[in-house]
Design a protein around this ligand. Structure first.
Ligand code: SF4
Ligand code: SF4
Length: 185
């Protein structure tokens, strides 16, 4: 059997960050935690947010990072930096929920948290963190991407073998009747 691809369009949602505009107010964290509280909007707890605002001491800027995929193993060989006597690692700006740190984990259960773009029914006009950011440091974008879905193509000789097997098992008359019925449906 040959596998052919069918190209389809997929809507990809994303949030761009303009770090020059971020003031580190952390309203985005609050809004995210409120949206994901149970019941919705019943509490504010930045520890439950799927976005964290990190201070980049090397450049003296705030960097909002959204939670990405959970990773089962911590990375090895990452760089460490010491700035004004304080130690930083490349982990600081990583979006993953990972076993080696507490970022992006539900504080009560330890379960990994991931940004879900505030999926809701009906959909929000804008994700909550974008709505909450008064500085317009978070910019919501949508783009279309082409994806290839796998579609099996059955070759003629394979069909003939399958047809013969059906005829042997059920008889030609019954098989033809069934095909006729299926082609009308
Ligand atoms: S709400 Fe906007 S300005 Fe405030 S910390 Fe988040 S991204 Fe930065
Ligand atoms: S898009 Fe929604 S889930 Fe993702 S970080 Fe922003 S508020 Fe949280």
């Amino acid at each position: 059997m040959t596998v052919l691809g069918t190209v389809k369009k997929k809507l990809v949602k994303d949030i761009r960050v303009d770090v020059d505009k971020c003031t580190g107010c952390r309203s985005c964290e609050m809004a995210c935690s409120a949206f994901h509280a149970t019941p919705k909007y019943s509490s504010l707890n930045p520890a439950k947010a799927r976005i964290r605002v990190i201070i980049d001491e090397t450049k003296d800027i705030y960097v909002p990072i959204r939670a990405g995929e959970y990773t089962q193993a911590e990375c090895t060989g990452r760089n460490l930096y010491t700035i004004n006597g304080k130690e930083y690692s490349e982990c600081s700006f990583c979006p993953s929920s990972c076993p080696s740190r507490d970022y992006f984990k539900e504080p009560d259960t330890g379960l990994p948290l991931k940004c879900d773009m505030c999926e809701d029914e009906p959909p929000l006009a804008l994700p909550m963190c974008v709505q909450a950011c008064q500085q317009e440091a978070l910019i919501y974008i949508e783009r279309e991407e082409e994806i290839t879905t796998q579609k099996p193509e059955v070759k003629m000789d394979e069909m003939e073998i399958a047809f013969d097997a059906l005829v042997k098992k059920h008889g030609k008359k019954k098989v033809m009747e069934t095909f006729g019925r299926l082609s009308k449906s």
